[in-house]
Design a protein around this ligand. Structure first.
Ligand code: DC
Length: 226
């Protein structure tokens, strides 16, 4: 049995990583793992247990009980928290910020990174997150770093929220959330978001999703045929 194909994608919130990763996975007929959803599930677990996402000592105590599992079915990835499928409740701004804070703690990162590495060992997979190229899959055959301006990311995020019927957020509140998360994700002491030298930069600011996909596929076919 040979090694599995691993494609690693990092970048800030809302840069288009998940859209890109999903379409790459579809094109190549491999799985897509959204690692952010696992941090979101961890934030949800802390909230349910009444533990602050900033309280490292308290988090460490409940970490052993935080049973987070990933399954794949015809809908794609499902996240199970203590056996309950919580996938559809994870994509809120509150859990996004909660995930960003909970992910600062090394004990949380180590636990989730190990689960993610296991997926990489068992499947051909495209994985996206903040530390996939640096920590989870440093030896991935293909690595990408996806960026876009904060303003464009805020516009896209707002359109996505509106599509899901959320009218509470405004452009300004979404932009503020994006900037706060950028700062927190890139300045944390342990495994901050950063681009590795061997990651191909994809700036999606002026690209249609189809164009970003094409860039990634071009890199894969060029490098793959060498
Ligand atoms: O990609 P997302 O918005 O679902 O991620 C939510 C937060 O989780 C993000 O702001 C930082 C954290 N995260 C992380 O630290 N490492 C990852 N691999 C994925 C997400």
């Amino acid at each position: 049995m040979g090694e599995h194909l691993n494609i690693a994608i990092d970048g800030p919130s809302g840069a288009g990583k998940s859209t890109l990763a999903k379409s790459v996975a579809r094109e190549l007929h491999i799985r897509y793992l959204d690692t952010g959803s696992m941090y979101r599930a961890m934030a949800l677990y802390a909230m349910r247990r009444g533990v602050s996402v900033s309280d490292e000592a308290a988090l460490e105590k409940i970490l052993g009980d935080a049973d987070i599992q990933v399954r794949f079915d015809e809908r794609g990835q499902r996240v199970l928290l203590c056996g309950e499928d919580v996938t559809d409740s994870l994509r809120t701004q509150e859990l996004g910020m909660g995930a960003s804070t909970v992910s600062k703690h090394p004990c949380v990162r180590e636990k989730l990174a190990e689960l993610q590495r296991e997926v990489g060992r068992n499947y051909d997979v495209v994985m996206d997150g903040r530390d996939i190229t640096t920590n989870v899959l440093p030896n991935a055959k293909y690595k990408f770093f996806v960026i876009a301006t904060p303003e464009v990311r805020a516009e896209r995020r707002l359109a996505e929220l509106r599509l899901r019927g959320n009218t509470a957020e405004t452009y300004d509140s979404v932009l503020a959330d994006i900037k706060a998360r950028d700062l927190q994700d890139s300045t944390r002491a342990y495994m901050p978001l950063r681009r590795t030298e061997d990651s191909v930069l994809i700036d999606t600011t002026e690209l249609e999703p189809e164009e970003s996909l094409q860039k990634v596929l071009n890199v894969i076919s060029e490098k793959g045929s060498r």
